[in-house]
Design a protein around this ligand. Structure first.
Ligand code: GLN
Length: 534
């Protein structure tokens, strides 16, 4: 029977609750337990796929094609596991199931209600996912803030779960904010007190409190929280500002959080060593080299919209003893101001994207990278626009992707017949891991060192097969092709030190100790470019 660790959040969102939950998972894993994680998002969307990244940050894509909240990315990176779309529960998914059951007549004439029907559906879902994963421990993170109307049914469901599974099998960890009022510098516990009061009114007594604060919580602060929130003082933990999120597990470990949880759940304390992780964090923090890489996108105002890319830079950087400084370049600014800003960077990345805004700026950035021989990585939309750029400036075609110009003379990137009849937007792209065959002797092969790889996708448009020969005759190499031999997956330019792009998203599979090969290659090429520029 799995044990459950429920992580809730109080006061306000964006406190790094997901990172705390991921850290807890990692700490239990390092004690030899098999861990899985569930993220609950109380919004009504069935999944994150239809949401603008400006709202909730990037849409993370899983192996099975699930389009999920970015916290699932943190779980995969911290725990080094692959999750399933069912590991992300949303209000929309739960209600959809219940309404379908009602329409089928499964409820046998009963009045269908939030309690017990919605809460039962939530509990069943949690238990099903935990059982399927064979995990010893299942971390459940409840999105949003305690007190939100949206999260009520979920909190009620985990309250029932605690009752049904038994106290020794369910532990509640509440994360809150401990602000410091600048003039006096005092750590304030009142917001924490209020949010715990709210939680207890729902029937949940937190076992431990993790206070997010600029600095470590003082002894007096912990004592006050203990007294007012009804938890022992050694169950109050600090989540202070850290240089990088990967440090947090180590900070929590030092305070004894894993020991506390193990004791509380009646689990034996095992090894708990984290040497490899500690090494990784120290390499990350003390990197000797530095490179700057331009990220030419259109959601550049919100770092979270490119979260996995930023993490992939860190993983590759740690491996190469290099700190990657990201230079955010808004694609539209290139349209108005030109590519001057790209002259001083060591490499250029054009990430995935949708729609026409900024597309010409991205194409200009790719042209600059190709001609100036700057290391370049294009991802998804960046791959498609690299094909457009080559078609225009090397083949001399009036070409575009039909996503932007449906009636263009040369539709060099277009939709394949299977997408013709799709009219719904949710979950209808080509999604998830697909096999790719890599040509030997290419840069892609040098990086992956394998003939076949699996990488994750999220796109609707493709390189038009009718133009592949022409492009190759003019020097572009498609070094990775889907198993169906129709879809182009990786392109590269042998005459360039590092010019490579992929239809898939390599960033989704990058892990702290296993950097994504295309990112590793980019950072390495950036290091060489920097030496040259000196
Ligand atoms: N807009 C492009 C497509 O749908 C690329 C998508 C992406 O970059 N994720 O094919």
């Amino acid at each position: 029977m799995p044990k459950y660790i429920v992580v809730t959040g109080g006061v306000l969102s964006g406190l790094g609750k997901g990172v705390v939950a991921s850290s807890i998972g990692l700490l239990l894993k390092s004690n030899g337990y098999k861990v899985t994680a569930i993220k609950i998002d109380p919004y009504l969307n069935c999944d994150a796929g239809t949401m603008n990244p400006f709202q909730h940050g990037e849409v993370f894509v899983l192996e099975d094609g699930g389009e999920v909240d970015l916290d699932l990315g943190n779980y995969e990176r911290f725990l080094d596991i692959n999750l399933h779309r069912d590991n992300n529960i949303t209000t929309g998914k739960v209600y959809k199931n219940v309404i379908e059951k009602e329409r089928r007549g499964d409820y046998l004439g009963k009045t269908v209600q939030i309690v017990p029907h919605i809460t039962n559906e939530i509990k069943e879902w949690i238990r099903r996912v935990a059982a399927k994963s064979n995990a010893d421990v299942c971390v459940i993170e409840i999105g949003g803030t305690v007190g939100d109307i949206e999260s009520m049914p979920f909190l009620e469901a985990v309250r029932q779960l605690h009752l049904e599974e038994g106290h020794e099998n369910v532990v509640f960890i509440h994360t809150t904010l401990v602000p410091i009022v600048s003039v006096v510098g005092e750590q304030k516990t009142k917001p924490t007190q209020h949010s715990v009061k709210e939680l207890r009114a729902i029937g949940i007594d937190p076992d431990a409190i993790v206070g997010r604060c600029r600095e470590p919580l003082k002894k007096e602060t912990k004592e006050k929280i203990s007294l007012f929130c009804n938890v022992p003082v050694d169950a109050v933990f600090s989540s202070p500002d850290v240089e990088c999120i990967y440090e947090l597990p180590l900070v929590l470990k030092k305070q004894g959080l894993p020991d506390f949880i193990l004791r509380r759940l009646g689990l034996e304390k095992r090894d708990g060593k984290m040497d490899e992780w500690e090494n990784f964090v120290s390499r990350l923090k003390n990197a000797k080299n530095g490179v700057s890489i331009a990220l030419v996108g259109k959601y550049t105002a919100l770092g979270d919209s490119y979260l996995s890319i930023l993490e992939a830079f860190r993983h590759a950087g740690a491996e190469l003893d290099t700190k990657v400084r990201v230079v955010w370049v808004e694609a539209e600014d290139i349209e108005s101001e030109g590519t001057k800003i790209l002259e001083s960077v060591d490499a250029i990345l054009v990430p995935g994207g949708f729609g026409s805004r900024g597309a010409e700026g991205k194409i200009a950035a790719i042209k600059f990278a190709r001609e100036a021989k700057k290391p370049f990585l294009g991802i998804c939309f960046g791959f498609q626009l690299a094909v457009v750029e080559y078609g225009r400036h090397v083949l001399g075609l009036r070409c575009h992707t039909t996503e932007i110009e449906p009636d263009v003379e040369h539709p060099i990137v277009t939709i394949l017949p299977e997408q013709y009849d799709v009219d719904e937007l949710g979950g209808t792209m080509r999604l998830g891991a697909q096999p790719i065959v890599i040509k030997e002797g290419t840069l892609a092969f040098k990086l992956y060192k394998r003939k076949e790889i699996m990488e994750r996708h999220r796109h609707r448009y493709e390189v038009n097969p009718e133009y592949v020969d022409k492009l190759e005759k003019h020097g572009l190499v498609f070094s990775g092709v889907a198993k169906d031999k129709i879809r182009m997956e990786i392109l590269e330019l042998p005459s360039h030190p590092y010019f490579i792009a992929s239809q898939f998203h390599p960033e989704f599979k990058s892990r702290p100790l296993k950097p994504a090969p295309l990112f590793y290659g980019l950072v390495k090429a950036a290091l060489e470019e920097k030496k040259k520029m000196r």
